[in-house]
Design a protein around this ligand. Structure first.
Ligand SMILES: Nc1nc2c(ncn2[C@@H]2O[C@H](COP(=O)(O)OP(=O)(O)OP(=O)(O)O)[C@@H](O)[C@H]2O)c(=O)[nH]1
Ligand SMILES: [Mg+2]
Length: 300
């Protein structure tokens, strides 16, 4: 009997939603960084285990809207919760419930949607008893079907999540090929890997104003007959001054980001990769609908 389960992953920025998605899938399908609001759109990860296909939807962290890009991110969160089989609310074990989480629990996560509380980052909690008051506070806000402490970073507790969500699978078709693990087009994966490196390397203000556009992506054989993946990407930033920061002294920042990205691209695509990066300025793109759509960041 063929089954499927649609599971959405929600939570505040930086809680570890994308880390959890990657741990569940066993592949890096979503960018992860220490900066909040790393994820900008809905990202789907797919895992087929025996008869059941799990479709996980990673969402941007819940936050107050500031610009049109934020509006799209918030819409993506709300869309992800309608007609799903189960929601995973990922929270940070070292933090107390905040307003955004409270409002999500009282509105979007209606009582009809089974929700599981995933208490992440338990590796940061030395005394496990400290988890009890955190769990108690969240449990007081909602009738969770289960509470699962995990560490997405150390891949601890992931199997318990899988065992628990198996109960929410329903009879139905597999919507993706069984060997597929994301709905993200390859170009989006490439641009997210590059953006992830810039987020980690750059100081706070600059990276949130960055979009990465993959202009070319093709394969050729080198003189030894090995396949090489050629990628040309443009990094758009909002200001001329940011462009200088992204390039760095003598091109050092761009070079470092390129090296790190190439390393991840080669292990993801399992092919030698030649990555060319350019930096351009596109002022105020975060408030321009057309550009948001162009960069694939629209929730529509
Ligand atoms: N110590 C520890 N750090 C973690 C764990 N899971 C995630 N992190 C870190 O927390 C930060 C945020 O992780 P993400 O997976 O990008 O978080 P997110 O919830 O997807 O964030 P947004 O996309 O910005 O909403 C990164 O620096 C991760 O390495 C964990 O289990 N333990
Ligand atoms: Mg994320």
């Amino acid at each position: 009997m063929s089954k499927n389960a649609f599971i959405t992953i929600v939570g505040r920025p930086n809680a570890g939603k994308s880390s959890l998605l990657n741990a569940l899938i066993g592949e890096k399908v979503a960018a992860v960084s220490s900066k909040p609001q790393t994820t900008r759109t809905k990202i789907t990860g797919v895992l087929t285990e025996g008869e059941t296909q799990y479709v996980f939807i990673d969402t941007p962290g819940m936050h107050k809207s500031r610009d049109k890009l934020s509006d799209h991110m918030i819409k993506a969160i709300n869309n992800s919760v309608s007609s799903i089989d189960c929601a995973l609310l990922v929270v940070d074990a070292t933090k107390k419930p905040n307003e955004a989480e409270k409002s999500l629990l009282s509105t979007t996560l209606s009582s009809k949607t089974p929700a599981i509380l995933v208490v992440n980052k338990i590796d940061l909690v030395t005394n496990k008893e400290d988890l009890i008051p955190v769990i108690a506070e969240y449990s007081a806000l909602h009738d969770f079907k289960a509470v699962i402490p995990i560490s997405a970073l150390e891949k601890d507790g992931i199997d318990i999540i899988m065992d628990t969500i198996a109960a929410y699978a329903v009879e139905g078709p597999h919507y993706f090929p069984d060997d597929k693990f994301t709905d993200q087009p390859e170009r989006v994966i490439v641009s997210e890997i590059i953006r992830e490196k810039l987020l980690e390397l750059l100081s706070d203000e600059v990276p949130h104003g960055i979009a990465v556009d993959i202009e070319t992506m093709s394969e050729h054989d080198n003189k030894y007959g090995e396949g090489v993946l050629d990628i040309g990407a443009v990094i758009y930033c909002e200001r001329e001054s940011h462009k200088g920061i992204v390039i760095g002294k003598g091109g050092s920042m761009l070079k470092r980001a390129g090296q790190l990205a190439r390393h991840d691209l080669e292990s993801f695509f399992m092919i030698k990769t030649n990555l060319q990066l350019w930096v351009k300025v596109k002022e105020g793109w975060r408030n321009r609908e057309g550009l948001i759509k162009n960069f694939g960041l629209s929730s529509d």
